[in-house]
Design a protein around this ligand. Structure first.
Ligand code: FHN
Length: 414
């Protein structure tokens, strides 16, 4: 079972992923050819030569990027941490790297250390900052791995010594406390090499969490596959990295935004199964986050803020033998939370054996009538009467204060 040993991560439940790099300038299209794949992979999928791709740096001038604005928004949306791409597979460092001139200060006209701006804003607003770092894939360094291509002539060790390990050292020594390093796509990295990276992180910042995708089973929490939710409550610390549309990096043609309702349901489903939801935004080349994306997140944030006690700090729900048709459940200590996603007149929780002290609508604190009993078949149930004025509403949450510490669910009898 994976254990980060960091209480903040176990409690966090909701985080913001930011994919931002030179690919954001291309926005899914290069010289008239569009990619129908994830936009940050455009260099790879469209076979853009390094000498051409790297020229994008000369255009990088993100006049609309405002780190404080993004951090304030993440706070407002109820998120507890941010993970930012310090270097994605393209190999471009979004901070002032001393070991590679291919970075946002030395190679661009803007000369802004984006990571520093973000870290300062996070410190100002008391937000945890984690850093994505593509450890194995580096499409700019001649010896970095490139997925889907021939890597047989690469001197991976030379790349590790020349770029990967020194850059990890930089991001962990030059920017204060880093909450976690989000490794990704280890490809051919050996167990010894992953261990070396792990040891380096821990020697520089012992409390910095190492993500699951360092590879070779060494991460301190499980990172699910992209947009993947385990079917059942999953033990240990884990996180589901997810997109709001269909891409991570900005693609001007991808308007397939999930609705606020879908995102709220996904968040609660992940939380009820014991995980954190790491939800991505992809600013454009100027640093602007698409308006539709912000609008969706504002609505998700309103639900999260209003019902924070039913999200932040919740624990994995004990195995529950069926899907609740009106919504979903989360729990912590003496509380069970009923997140109502459909219009209903009663909220029934079946196959449960707890005594309930009281039920209240989190939004207002108003107590609601609750009955606890046994069905004719002898199964325990809890039944809450929804006030008439709420019968035409959905997306609210009712808290149940229980006498016992955790909900006690019965398994379904034959
Ligand atoms: O290849 C990357 C992809 O671009 C993106 O960063 C995601 C985020 O989880 N990780 C990899 C694919 O799983």
């Amino acid at each position: 079972m994976k254990d980060t040993k960091q209480q903040w991560f176990k409690d966090a439940k909701f985080g913001l992923f930011i994919h931002w790099g030179l690919y954001s300038i291309l926005a899914g299209e290069y010289r008239g050819t569009k990619t129908d794949k994830i936009a940050e992979w455009i260099m790879n999928y469209l076979d853009i030569p390094v000498e051409e791709y790297e020229k994008l740096a000369e255009e990088f001038d993100p006049t609309q990027f405002d780190a404080e604005f993004i951090v304030r928004k993440a706070k407002e949306w109820g998120m507890k941490y941010i993970v930012f791409t310090s270097k994605h597979h393209e190999g471009f460092a979004m901070y002032h790297s001393k070991c590679s001139p291919y970075n946002v200060v030395d190679a661009t006209p803007c000369k802004r250390d984006i990571l520093k701006e973000l870290k300062d804003a996070c410190d100002k607003y008391d937000m945890k900052l984690g850093l994505y770092y593509s450890q194995a894939q580096d499409w700019h360094d001649p010896d970095g791995y490139v997925a889907k291509k021939d890597n047989s002539q690469k001197d991976y060790r030379a790349y590790l010594d020349r770029k990967c390990l020194p850059q990890l050292r930089e991001i962990l020594t030059e920017y204060g406390e880093i909450a976690l390093i989000w490794f990704d796509t280890p490809l051919g990295t050996t167990k010894e090499e992953s261990q070396e990276m792990y040891d380096l992180v821990k020697s520089l910042q012992p409390n910095c969490i190492v993500s699951g995708r360092i590879g070779n089973g060494l991460g301190e929490y499980m990172t699910t596959a992209d947009n993947f939710i385990p079917r059942l409550p999953f033990e240990g610390d884990w996180e589901a990295p997810s997109t709001i549309n269909e891409t991570w990096g900005y693609n001007k043609d991808d308007h397939n935004w999930k609705s606020p309702e879908e995102l709220i349901q996904l968040l609660i489903k992940i939380n009820s199964r014991g995980g954190n939801y790491l939800l991505n935004i992809g600013p454009d080349g100027k640093g602007h986050v698409p308006d539709e994306c912000m609008e969706v997140l504002d609505k998700v944030g309103a639900y999260v803020r209003e019902n924070e006690e039913a999200i932040f700090g919740t624990k994995r729900l004990p195995y529950y033998p069926y899907d609740v048709l009106w919504g979903d459940l989360t729990c912590k200590e003496h509380y069970l939370y009923a997140h109502v996603f459909r219009k209903v007149r009663r909220i029934e929780i079946l196959n449960i054996n707890n005594k309930v002290k009281r039920a209240y609508l989190i939004r207002t604190g108003e107590e609601l009538p609750v009955t606890v009993g046994k069905s004719c078949e002898g199964d325990g149930f809890i039944d809450i009467k929804v006030p008439e004025r709420l019968e035409d509403e959905a997306y609210y949450c009712v808290a149940l204060e229980l006498e016992e510490e955790m909900p006690i669910f019965e398994s379904i009898k034959e």
